[in-house]
Design a binder for this molecule. Structure first.
Ligand code: CUA
Length: 155
């Protein structure tokens, strides 16, 4: 079979480019540890309530006006579903889902992440102003999706 010379050249360019991309992605993911961050901390979705920190969900003070907020998401609710924090507090959220993928959005803030079963999803936010914040599931998760919310009071 005759393959045109230019065709060979382009095949070679395609192959070299593919190897270069895969090498770059591989080095980033494995050697430099820049893989998807949500995959770093795992939790058995069947035993969430027995596994720290989810065996003690809620707000825990870890510093001067610094807190860890542990929340479990499931169809169709948040545990706990009412939290009060002091104004100016920095909150480290640690969340997971017991069943399907849920969303975790705090309306009026930049907090917006997914809660994926098997993973601990984390983010940090400082609440500089007092007020009532609505925590919403923004990932369609079933018939009760629109009912899935929690409240965060900053005072
Ligand atoms: Cu949970 Cu939508």
């Amino acid at each position: 079979m005759h393959v045109h010379k230019l065709e060979k050249v382009w095949l070679a360019i395609g192959f070299i480019t593919l190897v270069a991309f895969l090498t770059t992605v591989g080095i980033q993911a494995f050697a430099s540890g820049q893989g998807a961050p949500s995959g770093l901390t795992k939790v058995d979705p069947e035993n969430v309530e027995e596994t720290p920190p989810f065996d003690d969900p809620g707000l825990h003070q870890i510093g001067e006006n610094e807190y860890e907020l542990v929340m479990i998401l499931q169809s169709y609710g948040f545990t706990p579903n009412e939290v009060t924090i002091p104004e100016g507090a920095t909150v480290h959220f640690k969340i997971t889902s017991k069943d399907v993928v849920h969303g975790f959005e705090i309306a009026g803030t930049t907090v917006n992440m997914m809660a994926t079963p098997g993973h601990v999803n984390e983010t940090t936010y400082t609440f500089d102003e007092a007020g009532s914040f609505l925590i919403l599931c923004n990932e369609y998760c079933g018939t009760g999706h629109h009912l899935m919310s929690a409240e965060l009071e900053v005072e």
